[in-house]
Design a protein around this ligand. Structure first.
Ligand SMILES: Cc1ncc(COP(=O)(O)O)c(C=O)c1O
Length: 407
């Protein structure tokens, strides 16, 4: 009997699920329980059951749940100022932008509210940059992206997310998009040329199944972009901000982009996005070119300040590397026949399965584990970055049991 079936569902749980079923647009397949609160790396449902969280709100909740510093800063800032407008100066967004620049290649930041929006910003900035800087010759409007990429669901970001099931119902998309196979530099060289405005790439692909850029791939793209006068854009919405054990996932490659987009973990669970850019890119943007009502608000930016300070600590990043390596080692040692491969680094791992990931995820719910997929047969482990080795041991014990059950 499953955990869910063992205890009868309370009236409260049933009422919430019924309201949701009646009144929310049914664009998600939701888990069978209702979440009520969290503490550390655990979530609790309205029936009082605990779940070890291995997905962190899809790579968002870097510090887990109820972090005392984050909670205190948020309550203090909420009492002081939640929102004004980008028409006014406030300390939190100025300080956050300065910190992001100090910690990266970037000279300037444009804030957004999500990863998709940050990529829309990158598309618009790249298009304007190409228009201003390449005034003669053929049109320079093409966007290049890669197979299995995920850049978001808004129309621009969707246009560079080459998945028929996401794109086809919503055509027509942006024109002038070219797709090459991920990690294939020769193929990239075939599509990047005089007409290329920008190349979008995830240094570690998330939704597409946890694929790391092969050695030399990002450097090769940098060279191609430089040769053809195109911008290189790293989408670190999922892999950035400490997830892979370095602050930015591209660090190991030894090259920097012209634009980097961030979102998910940056504000510890509040909606945020950011496009980090060089002075050269920023210099083509004038007042009125782009904007957002909510982006960069004082509450969100004060939360992001906490996350960035904590995650950028060398000790914190070393912890992610160490616990991630331990998790990977223990997953490999499981020896379950259903695990064909383990990919990724830091706390961004993918298990290539020989059965549908949905079956493992459903069994996880019954055994107090929350996990998410990355495609039909990849189980993605992207826990809060504060995960400890004892949590890895608990997860491995549960996974071993689940794989035995499903054998
Ligand atoms: C690499 C990457 N880019 C962009 C996005 C879109 O972000 P959002 O869902 O915040 O719009 C995602 C979301 O999963 C992502 O993983």
């Amino acid at each position: 009997m499953t955990r869910a079936a063992q205890s009868a569902v309370s009236d409260e749980t049933a009422a919430i699920k019924s309201l949701e079923a009646q009144h929310l647009v049914q664009s998600y397949r939701r888990a069978p329980f209702v979440l009520s609160h969290g503490e550390g790396v655990y979530l609790y449902d309205t029936e009082g059951r605990a779940y070890l969280d291995l997905m962190a709100g899809i790579a968002v909740n870097a510090l887990g749940y109820g972090d005392p510093e984050l909670t205190a800063v948020l309550s203090e800032q909420a009492g002081r100022l939640i929102h004004v407008s980008n028409l006014y100066h406030t300390a939190p967004h100025a300080e956050l932008a300065a910190r992001l620049c100090a910690l990266s290649f970037a000279d300037r930041v444009f804030f957004n509210n999500s990863g998709s929006e940050a990529n829309e910003t990158a598309i618009k900035f790249a298009r304007k940059w190409a228009r201003m800087r390449h005034t003669t010759g053929p049109a320079k409007t093409e966007l290049v992206a890669f197979s299995s990429a995920f850049h978001g669901r808004t129309m621009g970001a969707l246009s560079i997310t080459p998945r028929p099931q996401y794109q086809d119902p919503f055509r027509p998309l942006l024109p002038d998009v070219k797709i090459a196979p991920y990690n294939d530099l020769d193929a990239a060289a075939g599509v990047i040329g005089a007409g290329t405005c920008a190349v979008f790439v995830e240094p570690v692909q998330g939704e597409g199944g946890i694929h790391e850029a092969a050695p030399g791939f990002l450097q090769g793209l940098r060279e191609l972009c430089d040769r053809h006068g195109a911008l290189l854009i790293f989408d670190e919405v999922q892999c950035g901000v400490g997830r892979t054990g370095s602050l930015w996932a591209h660090e190991a490659a030894g090259v920097t982009p012209d634009i980097m987009t961030l979102a998910k973990p940056l504000a510890g669970g509040l909606p945020v996005g950011a496009a980090l850019v060089t002075e050269e890119v920023a210099s083509v943007i004038q007042p009125g070119d782009h904007g957002s009502t909510f982006a960069g608000g004082p509450l969100v930016c004060s939360a992001a300040g906490v996350i960035l300070n904590r995650v950028s600590e060398p000790g914190f990043l070393a912890h992610v590397t160490e616990v991630g390596a331990y998790l990977k080692e223990r997953l490999l040692a499981l020896g379950s026949p259903q695990i064909a491969a383990v990919r990724g680094r830091g706390l961004m791992l993918g298990l290539q399965l020989t059965l549908p990931a949905a079956e493992v995820i459903a069994a996880g719910y019954d055994h107090g584990l929350i996990m998410v997929n990355a495609g039909p047969d990849v189980l993605r482990l992207i826990p809060p970055l504060i995960l400890q080795k004892q949590h890895v041991d608990e997860a491995i014990e549960k996974l071993a049991h689940i794989f035995r059950l499903l054998a």
